[in-house]
Design a protein around this ligand. Structure first.
Ligand code: F6P
Length: 361
């Protein structure tokens, strides 16, 4: 093992740089192996001059840095790559170019750090014979093949601090404060930050909610003397008799649909039906940015070290994962087995309901 490549794909999250750093350091320390980085996800593999050497010097100071020093892309997929020729764009399969590139650069392996979309592309490349290994990332924590992804803990912490701030202004003005958080089609960020941040109502995609129950909870709190309330809504949550809220669909460079707007809808309904003063906050990309917390730095470092060991053992087509407290590996194809959803009949949902948090049911 002499040279490996690394890229980051999909949405960024705190801890990506910590993985890159661990890959570079352990490749050098344990295996005397060189690392090169590809810029902007799979774009870096397809386009010329988008590689850079990752030396111990170039990764200095990046452990606490948010985002990714390599850049990322949601759009770039070598199986469906957009090429523009003579002013016309078409979608092409450029995987054979990618395979040639990996071999002409003399790479023993390619480390792909990404969420489900990026890891599924990595798996398809592996099926074509590319020596690919994966590292799962996402603030949403929705990858089924690992107990936890890095970035999630920091996102929960950010949302929790935001809720702490909303509490004080809610109490001063006797208001209902609704906060919409990210998470795509799972409610992990909403549930964990809601519990940690003392929310009164938490609405998640896994439990289609009944607005009458939510209004009942708010009114009951007022009747019992609590003149403010905190409602956390996951962006993918929906009423039992309605649909998810979508801000945009089919955007260039984005996911198939961009979720958002449910916080405002819940806020409007509460204002109309409880006669309380309501304000809505959409936390947005603040949850994705900034420095990873200690937990995410450690998990990222463990993943980075473990993925280099996978390469040394020629375990291509696999990705590192966390099972309980141990770092293990699973085939990349396991990523496609579904989403890691919040269980609704045990665990944290029951903990939340046991302390009186309304889950909208
Ligand atoms: O998957 C991470 C995530 O932040 C989701 O929680 C959110 O729905 C989406 O990405 C936002 O994507 P974009 O950066 O394209 O707005």
């Amino acid at each position: 093992m002499k040279k490996i490549g690394v890229l980051t794909g999909g949405g960024d999250c705190p801890g990506l740089n910590a993985v890159i750093r661990a890959v570079v350091k352990s490749a050098a320390e344990k295996y005397h192996c060189e690392v090169i980085g590809f810029e902007d996800g799979f774009d870096g593999l397809v386009l010329p001059d988008r590689t850079r050497e990752l030396s111990s010097r170039s990764i200095r100071g990046i452990l606490p840095l948010g985002g990714t020093i390599l850049g990322t892309s949601l759009r770039a997929n070598p199986f469906e790559y957009k090429v523009t020729k003579d002013g016309k764009s078409e979608i092409k399969d450029v995987t054979q170019d990618v395979i040639k590139r990996i071999s002409s650069l003399g790479l023993d392996a390619l480390v792909v750090i990404g969420g489900d979309g990026t890891l599924n592309v990595a798996h398809e490349l592996f099926k074509l014979g590319c020596p690919v290994v994966g590292v799962p990332k996402t603030i949403d924590n929705d990858i089924v093949a690992t107990d936890v992804t890095f970035g999630f803990s920091t996102a929960v912490e950010t949302a929790t601090y935001a809720l702490d701030k909303l509490h004080t202004t809610a109490e001063s003005h006797h208001r209902v404060m609704v906060m919409e958080v990210m998470g795509r089609y799972v409610g992990w960020i909403a549930l964990e930050s809601g519990i940690a941040g003392g929310a009164d109502v938490i609405l998640i995609p896994e439990i289609p909610f009944d607005m009458k129950k939510v209004c009942g909870k708010i009114n009951d709190r007022w009747d019992k003397g609590s003149k403010s309330s905190i409602v956390v809504v996951a962006e993918g949550a929906r009423p039992f008799d309605g649909d998810v809220s979508i801000v945009a669909s089919g955007e260039a460079g984005g996911q198939a649909v961009r979720l958002g707007g449910i916080g405002q809808k819940v806020g409007n309904y509460l204002a109309d039906n409880t006669q309380k003063e309501v304000r809505v906050t959409v936390l947005g990309h603040i949850q994705r940015g900034g420095s990873p917390n200690a937990y995410d730095r450690i998990l990222s470092t463990r993943f980075g070290v473990a993925v280099v060991d996978l390469i040394a053992n020629k375990r291509f087509g696999e990705m590192v994962c966390l099972k309980g407290s141990k770092i293990e590996s699973v085939p990349l194809r396991d990523v496609a087995k579904g989403q890691r959803v919040v269980p609704t009949e045990d665990g944290l949902v029951i903990t939340a309901e046991s302390i009186g948090i309304c889950m909208g049911r």
